[in-house]
Design a protein around this ligand. Sequence first.
Ligand SMILES: *[C@@H]1O[C@H](CO)[C@@H](O)[C@H](O)[C@H]1NC(C)=O
Ligand SMILES: *[C@@H]1O[C@H](CO)[C@@H](O)[C@H](O)[C@H]1NC(C)=O
Length: 227
Amino acid sequence: MATSTSLHVWILIPFELLYLLLLTVVVQFRSLIRLLIPSEPKSIQGEIILVTGGAKGIGRLVCHKLVEKEKNLTLVIWDVNEKATSETVLELKSLGVKNVYAFQVDVSQRAQVEKTARKVRAEIGESVKEEVRRYPSKPNISFTTIYPIGIPTDFIAGVNIDMDRYKFLNNMLTPEFVASEIVEGVLAGKEHIYIPRSARFIRYITDNMPSEVTRKLFDFVGVPMEL
Ligand SMILES: *[C@@H]1O[C@H](CO)[C@@H](O)[C@H](O)[C@H]1NC(C)=O
Ligand SMILES: *[C@@H]1O[C@H](CO)[C@@H](O)[C@H](O)[C@H]1NC(C)=O
């Protein structure tokens, strides 16, 4: 019986690989089409949106921009900073958002994220990616991951991140611009958002090319030493 099972599996392999290959081609083609013909921004009316690090800086700007688009939504803010979180909650409520919930959490601490995720779910019926993956009946949740390059956050406060050669690149890295890109990407249903958009290309090069090419590219753009 065991032999026939494994034979069965062997026979399936070429078909499964072929299926995977076809799927890859279809998905690539679809994303190419989407790149050329951007889809209509999706409606976020009545949605529940969780913004990690949403109490300050870019996260806070993202909340504001979401609220500019739609007030009939539920915003959930995760942040380490308790004081900033309660201030942002009050601020968003005064702008007329239907529901705002806040949780203090350090997203870098997995155990704490899971604990908070359970708490969030208990209160508003939602969950987060890691938890969702383990459930067979997946709730309908979209995730967006941001890949920023040289974004002025608290992490690199005081560091010179101005590009030397192409000054216009510096305008692409203001918190305001970054927040707009994030919201636009979320509304377009993107799973990965690269900021600036060229970061996708830069990442491709740094991941796949010899490091000398990366260094030359950085010299070409004029990336300052500090980065
Ligand atoms: C808010 O959104 C929900 C879900 O889309 C909808 O059922 C409800 O009517 C909306 N409320 C208002 C005041 O527009
Ligand atoms: C999930 O939500 C999206 C956008 O709101 C919708 O288009 C899709 O049909 C939903 N899928 C399911 C399984 O409910």
